[in-house]
Design a protein around this ligand. Structure first.
Ligand code: AMP
Length: 206
């Protein structure tokens, strides 16, 4: 968990590659749903483009379907879920959360970072300033074309950050009570943040 631009997607990818975890990113799942051309897809796409949250009921249904398709033994990293306390409670009913990481970042740093963010359709993310791809506009992993997300404009980002501020305290409280929360400062380099995550998760990881 963390505000937009905190690096949660990047860190999830690094950790998953090293330890063989599967990432379920609700943002990536919704972006794929939004391309389907149905009425529901249009609703999802409008909400996302404005920087709003998809309803707890809908997002949980979508996520649960994805979880149910996976072998029970699969190790998962959830990126972007839960974002509300209700989602955290719903999640407890389907999987046993081992621990959570919250990456802290200031609003101004978040806005600045997101303005340089580009990603491929599979969700591999780069920053044109701090972590550019080897070849301009091309994903290093799968060779697909990189583009900026529609919701990465300043208005939508500030809206998303305001919602995040409002909702996240209760989510963190949920995991703090369960003694499953680690907090990490996200304003260090990608490598430094990654090392801190590795250190915190060493007792749990494969
Ligand atoms: P992300 O890629 O994590 O930044 O998510 C992009 C957008 O997808 C968010 O701004 C929301 O509109 C939507 N979204 C992703 N995850 C959730 C969630 N857990 N609950 C509600 N909406 C979500």
């Amino acid at each position: 968990m963390g505000p937009q631009g905190s690096g949660k997607g990047t860190q999830a990818q690094l950790f998953a590659r090293r330890h063989g975890y599967r990432i379920l990113s609700t943002g990536d799942i919704l972006r794929k749903e939004a391309m389907k051309g149905t009425e529901l897809a249009t609703q999802i796409s409008n909400t996302m483009n404005e920087g709003g949250l998809i309803s707890d009921e809908l997002i949980f249904k979508v996520l649960r379907n994805h979880i149910n398709e996976l072998p029970k033994t699969e190790n998962l990293i959830l990126d972007g879920f839960p974002r509300t306390e209700k989602q955290a409670v719903q999640l407890d009913s389907v999987i046993d959360v081992t621990c959570t990481i919250y990456i802290l970042l200031s609003v101004e740093e978040a806005v600045q970072r997101i303005s340089g963010r580009v990603q491929c359709p599979e969700g591999h993310t780069y920053n044109t300033i701090s972590a550019p791809p080897t070849e301009k506009d091309i994903c290093d992993v799968d060779g697909l074309t990189l583009s900026q997300r529609k919701d990465d404009n300043e208005d939508a980002v500030r809206h998303r950050l305001a919602i995040h501020e409002k909702e996240i305290a209760n989510v963190l409280g949920h995991y703090r009570t369960q003694q499953k929360l680690f907090t990490i400062h996200g304003d260090a380099t990608i490598d430094e943040v990654s090392q801190e995550i590795e250190a915190k998760l060493a007792p749990y990881a494969n």
